[in-house]
Design a protein around this ligand. Structure first.
Ligand SMILES: *Cc1c(COP(=O)(O)O)cnc(C)c1O
Length: 384
């Protein structure tokens, strides 16, 4: 069996978790703080704030930019549903823009037409780890005085060329970037999220809101010689990361360069093996982008049925996934007047005419050859 994806967790992570468990301080504390500092250093962001998952991170980011009920945020439907949902948590309306084929990212050409008097921001996704065209998105955003939040859930370690230098996603170039540490992403803490920003006011808000807006955190009261009573000045949430998760995250961060190298090697091999294959369209990596290949997604020719191709591959012992979902096609959107009858041609095509290939750390070149052979054979059978 060739697995679709697998987290890379080992003895170091297990020992780190064990060390925290035996220390008796298991909730948000010193490990979270250290993990945040290390994450900030990795991305060159001024601040990094750990939270329970990336959905929570996005919620806090969308709230921080001041989104109020009825406000519009421009984003994509072609993403995991959490992207759009985070806007709705604030009462906002996600306004969906179509994607470019094969980068699977928002088409910057279409953004300006979607801006209205109600628009308060842009939520730009680095889909499957491929950086979106931040430069052009920021030019448009600046013209209209709109903040850009980056959904970088999949993009830990991805890079973008900025003024002639490669830099990691998360610096951030928008006002805030949100990352996921779910096992399907490049590094994991079981569940987890991280928010990077250079803005101290945003960072303060995230720290307050993630812990019920408690004015004095429990870790501070715990260490105090005098009695302190806390206050709750604003509506907050329980979006904390635990110290057990953070200790695992710190080990994962050490592994990151090696994991990236491995994923990029597999990515290069897929390109080599699939080059010139007429029934398959490879993902497009612009010259200013370096994906971490969180997912390696290929297009299959018109006339090839996605489910049949995937079933054929599964019968050969190869696990795949269909293309990224479209939120606007799900009932919670399609039955609401805001999104009813919305058609996003490229997003919908990417959803049904692409397949995500296996990419895991135990994978060999021989496995990749097997994947490619099965994929191509399945497509040819469909068309014969
Ligand atoms: C995975 C993912 C999320 C949600 O991340 P969680 O940590 O599972 O909450 C959000 N946006 C995108 C694009 C994702 O791929």
């Amino acid at each position: 069996m060739i697995h679709f994806a697998k987290p890379s967790l080992g003895k170091e992570e297990a020992e780190a978790a064990s060390r925290v468990i035996l220390s008796n301080w298991v909730t948000q504390g010193p490990e979270v703080k250290a993990f945040e500092e290390e994450f900030a250093a990795m991305t060159s962001a001024k601040y990094a704030c750990a939270v329970s998952n990336c959905t929570a991170a996005l919620h806090l980011a969308i709230r921080a930019i001041g989104t109020k009920p009825g406000d519009e945020i421009i984003t994509v439907s072609h993403s995991f549903i959490a992207t759009a949902n985070s806007v709705r948590y604030c009462g906002g309306i996600p306004v969906f823009v179509d994607i470019e084929p094969y980068t699977y990212n928002i088409n910057p050409e279409l953004i300006e037409d979607a801006i209205t008097d109600l628009t308060v921001g842009i939520l730009a996704v680095h889909q499957m780890g491929m950086p979106c065209d931040l430069k052009r998105i920021l030019e448009i955003a600046d013209r209209h005085n709109l903040p850009v939040v980056e959904d970088a859930a999949c993009a830990i370690g991805s890079e973008i060329l900025w003024d002639g230098k490669w830099e990691k996603i998360g610096r951030p170039r928008g006002v805030i970037a949100c990352f996921s540490l779910h096992p399907r992403k490049v590094i994991t803490t079981g569940d987890g999220g991280m928010i990077t920003t250079n803005n101290p006011d945003y960072d303060q808000k995230f720290r307050l809101w993630r812990q019920h807006s408690m004015s004095v955190p429990d870790a501070v009261r715990h260490q105090s010689d005098s009695i302190i009573f806390e206050e709750y000045p604003e509506l907050g949430y329980n979006y904390r990361m635990t110290d057990i998760q953070a200790a695992v995250g710190r080990e994962q961060l050490k592994r990151l360069p090696e994991l990236l190298e491995y994923r990029r090697e597999i990515g290069r091999n897929y390109f080599k093996l699939l080059e010139g294959e007429l029934l398959i369209t490879l993902p497009h990596q612009p010259e200013w982008a370096r994906s971490n290949w969180q997912s390696f997604c290929v297009g299959i020719a018109d006339g090839c049925d996605q489910m049949e191709v995937m079933q054929y591959m599964l019968d050969q012992g190869i696990a795949t996934r269909r293309g990224v979902m479209c939120a606007h096609l799900e009932k919670t959107y399609s039955e609401d007047s805001h999104w009813k009858n919305l058609i996003l041609k490229e997003s919908e095509k990417a959803f049904v005419q692409s397949i995500i290939l296996p990419l895991s750390y135990e994978m060999t070149f021989a496995d990749q050859e097997k994947v490619v052979k099965a994929l191509v054979t399945a497509c040819r059978l469909q068309l014969s």
